[in-house]
Design a protein around this ligand. Structure first.
Ligand code: ATP
Ligand code: MG
Length: 411
């Protein structure tokens, strides 16, 4: 991408009402635009990062047999009444509206009900099981708080996966596989070391639900970590009984602030009973399908990474999710000429700051604010030795490579 073509600008400051650090940095760097409290637009740079996060999740969901689909955000009252969740007293984040044709419709806060209903058309025999489907789909939640930037918004993309098994045993097996795949996702996103599978309340069939919580100063939850065993307990369920159950000792636990990046639930028969999702087993007996649901919030993950890995100069993306890997700056006519040559056909990995009349210092500051992993400088001076200067954003370390070495790195 040529910087001169990118319509977004970098800013020195943001509006005073933006108090979240992730949003402040992302707005200043031109990744997102705040439309209103709790609702942000993803601009070209922000979309690239969000899409890379989604792609990593997609690959890991496919690896455990997930099949991607996408459902509508519009929710029919009927299905949610059958599960008992239409009532705003039961689910306090609903956005609902009236249909011009009469009746009410909701905007999906999650998708258990419609997907269970849909599966009644697909599942009828034990031969149809297990099935596991997922989507990246916008959810709408009328959240009371909206002070955490993109970590908590009223419209957000969620990866939600649903599993359908014939019994508890097959479910348990899949559930553990899903938990493992979550660890792989967070490892690849560069937050694996700080992300803990956390025992929490809220399992409708099991005693606990499993949250994936990342250590983060602005996280809204509190967890107690056992760093050695790599498990954690959410404050909600932190008591002597839970600790005894899990074989954890108080003195080995560390109290930290965490942000929930993912969540996996055993749903059991709750939704299949409510919506009539049954199958015929090997003996011809009709049984309810055993379900699980598995969420990750890609935009919250992006916010958490922005919070955790930034410094006083701006964002610091891990390579895997940076919008571009290199920020290219040419100095002088010869430098610019060499940049044009290197940039050719590599617009997917290089953001070339080709803007005329912008000071080099300003370009460097933008490269840092945007958090591009490597800044590459080519000037008459470096070219005199047939070299390019590569500076790593995360460490500030600078290396001189020959043009050929650098070009080899690119391909
Ligand atoms: P929280 O307790 O933070 O409200 P939740 O328990 O409501 O989260 P789930 O319903 O399990 O979350 O949603 C799955 C995932 O979606 C969460 O783990 C989180 O990553 C993400 N998520 C939930 N609410 C939001 C939101 N308002 N904005 C952005 N991401 C969200
Ligand atoms: Mg919530």
């Amino acid at each position: 991408m040529k910087r001169s073509k990118l319509f977004t600008k970098t800013l020195k400051t943001v509006a005073a009402d933006e108090t979240s650090r992730n949003a402040e940095l992302l707005i200043r760097a031109g990744y997102i635009y705040k439309e209103m409290a709790g609702a942000y637009a993803y601009l070209p740079l922000g979309m690239r990062t969000l899409e890379k996060i989604k792609q990593i999740i997609r690959e890991e969901m496919n690896a455990i047999g997930g099949q991607e689909l996408t459902m509508t955000a519009l929710q029919s009252k009927d299905e949610w009444e059958r599960s008992g969740r239409w009532d705003s007293e039961k689910l306090d984040v609903w956005f609902k509206t009236a249909l011009a044709a009469g009746g009410e419709v909701g905007l999906a806060p999650t998708h258990e009900e419609p997907i269970t209903k849909m599966m009644t058309a697909e599942i009828s025999s034990y031969k149809d099981l297990p099935v596991c489907v997922y989507q990246f789909q916008n959810k709408f939640r009328n959240e009371l708080r909206s002070k955490s930037g993109i970590m908590r918004t009223r419209e957000f993309v969620m990866k939600d996966l649903y599993s359908f098994c014939k019994d508890e045993a097959t479910h348990e097996e899949f559930y553990e596989k899903a938990a493992e795949s979550y660890h792989k996702v967070f490892d690849r996103l560069g937050i694996g070391n700080d992300t803990y599978r956390t025992f929490a309340s809220g399992g409708s069939f099991s005693k606990f639900s499993d949250e994936f919580q990342t250590i983060c100063d602005v996280g809204e939850d509190i967890a107690y970590l056992d760093r050695e065993k790599r498990i954690a307990v959410n404050e909600e369920v932190y008591d002597d009984e839970t600790l005894a159950d899990l074989g954890l000792k108080k003195e080995n636990l560390e109290k930290v602030k965490v942000a929930e990046v993912g969540n996996i639930f055993t749903l059991g028969l709750r939704y299949s009973e409510a919506l009539g999702l049954v199958y015929n087993d090997e003996d011809g007996e009709r049984k309810y399908v055993y379900m699980g649901s598995y969420g990750i919030g890609p935009s919250r993950v992006m916010g958490v990474i922005a919070e955790k890995l930034s410094d006083d100069k701006g964002l610091v993306w891990p390579e895997a999710i940076a919008p571009y890997k290199y920020y290219l700056v040419g100095i002088g006519e010869e430098g610019e000429k060499k940049c044009a040559e290197i940039y050719q056909d590599r617009e997917e990995v290089i953001l070339w700051d080709d803007r005329a009349g912008v000071r080099v210092g300003e370009k460097f500051a933008d490269a840092e604010l945007m958090g591009i992993p490597y800044r590459v400088v080519i000037s008459e001076k470096t070219l005199a030795n047939n070299q390019v200067e590569v500076t790593e954003r995360a460490t500030g370390e600078t290396k001189l490579l020959t043009s050929e070495e650098f070009i080899n790195k690119l391909s």
